[in-house]
Design a protein around this ligand. Structure first.
Ligand code: SDX
Length: 442
């Protein structure tokens, strides 16, 4: 608390009393408890009772909503989706089953799973007219720029699923987004390499379909490698949802005004693109290629620790995890599996990444600041080995995270207490002053 306020927790009434020591005014705030994790105190009435706002620009200590979808214990490195640990889901489930879980709260029965898979499969095609959007982009357009534009345009094609007040339309829009993202992502890749778009196939799984649309060519049959499609499916699972991260918060904020779901997801894609967020997987590969060899690792670790150097170790650190990101552990194991399958176990970038991780985890700066590899540290090495260009890495993150964005958006819309997000501020600009006419401004 600032020097003028102090907080007292009244266990009996489960409240916190804030006292403004400058004026002696106080206010009692209710404490709320979740299923697990830190309790919170509700500051909704703080301004009315004290005339003061809270101030927490990066939301480092601020909860923006109640949610039942995902829980992260940053200290222990635990990630749960509707209570199920991420490593168990990655090992035993598949991406569409995890999508069902995130959307509905429970794992599906056999019949529910078959029905959901069919619903998604039969939404994988996009309106043929959408192809014209791609032709407007330069061939060297970044695929994330294409994703932002094309996904935002979906609301111009699917008017029958934009009324957010209609539960059926919300479900149809959710299924359309989950189903069409891989198709649009694969089209963005094909457009960039000048190859023809490949239509989805209903006889393939979600991950198989995506690999087929991305890498098949009309000139010959594309053989699905089961190790690679399983790895792709697992990578989708690892990126599916992650509490109120920057892009999910962007989707919730956009949705809080009543914007249609396609526009909200386009906003999430834009936010994910940043190198501090989903753009980090692309930045990790670029960083590893810039470092180039193990003997330069020390130089870059030194730069990462230098306050005057903007360089940061991409793929390291996290707002919430102050332990190893549980997704990074599964990603590292998947990396070894994929490289072994492709016969490139000696991939120099993997060896460089592992040396970088070893040195960083022993360095007191990283230990003291609890900076560990995050989900983005190893993913790029796998994706590059699978044949994806670096510019597609964040696109794949967006494909996977769409279900998380949609599930969180749906949870917000269906919350009866939901209202438009409208934060306040600490104003530090000029006090009121009169206009100076141009001829008096010198
Ligand atoms: C994702 O929120 C989510 O859940 C995101 C995500 C998801 O699934 O949605 O998990 C996906 O975005 C993973 C993160 C990917 N980003 C990167 O790998 C980029 C590199 N990491 C950093 O930019 C940083 O760690 C962040 C952005 C991830 C977290 O930043 P915070 O929480 O705001 O922490 P900070 O920037 O305040 O850093 C704390 C300290 C600082 O030093 P001091 O100012 O306290 O002296 O640690 C330092 C930072 O300088 N630090 C780093 C560092 N990350 C933090 N120093 C060197 N290299 C780094 N990578």
């Amino acid at each position: 608390m600032s020097q003028q306020k102090s907080a007292v927790t009244d266990a009996a009434n489960d409240t916190v009393t804030l006292v403004d020591n400058a004026t002696g005014r106080s206010c009692e705030l209710p404490v709320m408890h979740g299923t697990i994790g830190p309790k919170v105190f509700d500051i909704g009435k703080l301004y009315a009772q004290t005339g003061m706002f809270t101030f927490d620009p990066g939301y480092t200590s601020t909860g923006s909503c109640k949610s039942s979808i995902t829980y992260i214990d940053g200290e222990e490195g635990i990630l749960l989706h509707r209570g199920y640990p991420i490593d168990e889901l990655a090992e035993n489930s598949d991406f569409l089953e995890v999508c069902y879980l995130l959307l509905n709260g429970e794992l599906p029965s056999r019949a529910e799973k078959a029905k959901f898979e069919k619903q998604i499969t039969y939404h994988t095609m996009v309106h043929e007219q959408l192809i014209n959007f791609f032709r407007g982009f330069r061939r060297d357009a970044h695929p994330m720029a294409i994703m932002c534009g094309v996904v935002g345009a979906l609301s111009a094609f699917y008017h029958d699923s934009t009324d957010i007040r209609d539960p059926r339309q919300r479900i149809v829009a959710s299924h359309r987004l989950i189903a069409k993202m891989p198709t649009i992502a694969a089209m963005a890749y094909k457009y960039s390499v000048g190859q023809p778009f490949i239509y989805p196939r209903n006889d393939l799984s979600y991950a198989e379909n995506f690999l087929h649309m991305t890498f098949a060519v009309p000139a010959e049959e594309y053989k699905i490698n089961p190790v690679l499609s399983r790895a792709m499916d697992r990578i989708f699972i690892l990126h599916a949802d992650h509490e109120q991260n920057a892009s999910t918060s962007t989707v919730r904020m956009a949705g809080s005004s009543g914007a249609n779901p396609f526009a909200c997801i386009a906003a999430g894609i834009a936010s994910l693109w940043g190198p501090a967020h989903g753009g980090a997987n692309e930045a990790v590969l670029n960083m590893l290629e810039e470092i180039g060899s193990k003997d330069r690792v020390g130089e870059y670790i030194k730069r990462a620790k230098d306050k005057d150097d903007p360089f940061r170790l991409m793929g390291f650190g996290h707002r919430v995890y102050k332990n190893y990101d549980p997704r990074a552990k599964v990603m590292r194991q998947t990396c070894h599996e994929v490289l072994a399958e492709l016969g490139v176990e000696d991939e120099p970038l993997l060896e460089l990444a592992m040396e970088l991780e070893r040195i960083a985890l022993e360095d007191e700066y990283f230990v003291e600041k609890k900076l560990y590899p995050n989900v983005d540290f190893y993913s790029g090495i796998i994706l590059r080995a699978m044949g994806f260009p670096t510019s597609m890495f964040t696109v794949l993150f967006a494909v996977a995270r769409t279900v998380g964005w949609v599930a969180q958006w749906k949870e917000m819309i269906e919350d009866p207490t939901q209202k438009i997000g409208r934060p306040r501020q600490l104003y530090v600009g000029p006090a009121k002053r009169s206009f100076t006419p141009l001829d008096q401004r010198g």
